[in-house]
Write a protein that binds this ligand. Sequence first.
Ligand code: FAD
Length: 522
Amino acid sequence: MKQALPPGLSAAQMDRALKDFAQVVGNDWVLATDLDRDTYLDHFAVDEAAHAPSAAVAPLAAEQVQEILRVANRHKVPLWPISRGKNFGYGGAAPLLKGSVVLDLSRMKKIEFDAENGVALLEPGVGFYDLYDHIQQHKLPYWTSVPGNSWGSVIGNALDRGVGYTTYGQHTEKLCGMEVVLPSGELVRTGMGAMSGSPTWNLYRYGFGPSWEQMFVQSNFGVVTRAGVWLMPAPESMIGLDLELENADDLGWAVDLIAGMRRDGLLQQSPSIGSWLRGAAVLTTRKEWYDKPGALPDDVIAAIRKRFNIGWWSISLRLYGYEAVNEAAAGVIQAQFAKQTKQPMTVTRWKQGMPMNPAPGQAAFAGIPVTFPLANAAWHGGRGGHLGYSPVLPANGRAAMEQFRRTYDRYREFGMDYHGSFAMGERSIVNVNQVLFNKDDRDMMSRVNGFFRALVNDATQQRYGEYRTHIDYMDLVAGTYDFNHNALRRTNETIKDALDPNGILAPGKSGIWPKRYRNLRK
Ligand SMILES: Cc1cc2nc3c(=O)[nH]c(=O)nc-3n(C[C@H](O)[C@H](O)[C@H](O)COP(=O)(O)OP(=O)(O)OC[C@H]3O[C@@H](n4cnc5c(N)ncnc54)[C@H](O)[C@@H]3O)c2cc1C
């Protein structure tokens, strides 16, 4: 990709900035060839060129990050921080503002492990595989929690409120104590870390006075250079309870049942109720089933389900901890499900001392990193990708069923294959959809934008907001948070202008535009 420039900056100005970045990190770590730029494109994006970076700069330490921010201020160059940049479905490594310089933190890979407290103090370049390997090599009695695509960064994922599948699956909630470089280049530590040398930096979240940690999550207020992450103590036992639901309408009672178990704490993990395409799109391609455009007809769906022996929905519940407690909880859960369905649950048991060799589809439940779900990008053939659509609903069966029906109709209207799941939180559900597409199918691609906007509009009518979105749609989604004429966005932008008067850090991220670029809001 040829060099794109951010608005208002000439090639000569960019060149001078890149030379100054090289003074900080060395020539090898300013990446500005066409090939370099290609590696930072969002290959899942509908329009890759719309988010093309001008270059990337890759520091090795927080001091270099500070210096890079100072250089960026001097030259008024916008930066886009990434930890490992594997945010597929939401933007990959690419910046929202075309021509930004990607601040690639993937070389920062230090791990400090507090084995007594089960806390890892990580730099942003530490991937899920790195942390998992560290734990294995040092025989530490802890488990990681990993996302379905574990290629990314532990910190990067948590900073986008990513999720995993054990009881520690709400990753942003397991962050404790951050070190952050502000847009000015100033280094701050949050919570107890504000007291130099405090032994409780990564143990107690709040410190004294206002607590700022979530301020740096899904935001453009600072670059996180280190963060504490709490890890799950290796459990004595893990029990799996899997159930296939025959009918689409079974979603309603299943959500009500699980919502109750999440509220009263019987179930500590956040299970995801996924539709039949979740497995099929990873294990097969569409043309093995059907070769016509439009949403898959019911008889094809039935054939897929038969081949994989799966329901319309699949539920996987997991219990972790002491064996006796897990057995008791499993008994109560099975008894509650038995009141609703004759279908028995498939029970799997693992305990310490047994070999741990889960099938790929089960690995994430044991905190073992996986990448095989990335295969679903090949479902339609061609250059595949997907767009994440994930509104938050109240945790009840009626809301879930209505959302499912509404969304399913939209998929059919736009001729797309339904790929939705319902992730059960303690008081809410995230309805995660992966809108799968083939970038080489022009007709399909011409429908994606209208489809996505219709989905967001439908959710907004119900007053449901999205928990996370692709860089293409950050203004759209931020605009739906409209209480008192978008008072929260004004608050965010007041803070943005105070911390980042030159507007150099991730302009437009989460709909937050600095004064200098505010006219670019879509
Ligand atoms: C098939 C498939 C399955 C997936 N399954 C899951 C899943 O189960 N759960 C899930 O959560 N995600 C999932 N994803 C989405 C995504 O791949 C992961 O969330 C991935 O971990 C994100 O990439 P990353 O960790 O490298 O973060 P990055 O891409 O590095 O960063 C994510 C965001 O945080 C910001 N950021 C990163 N680092 C910093 C920093 N140090 N300071 C300030 N801001 C920063 C970035 O600007 C970016 O907006 C899936 C994707 C695919 C394709």
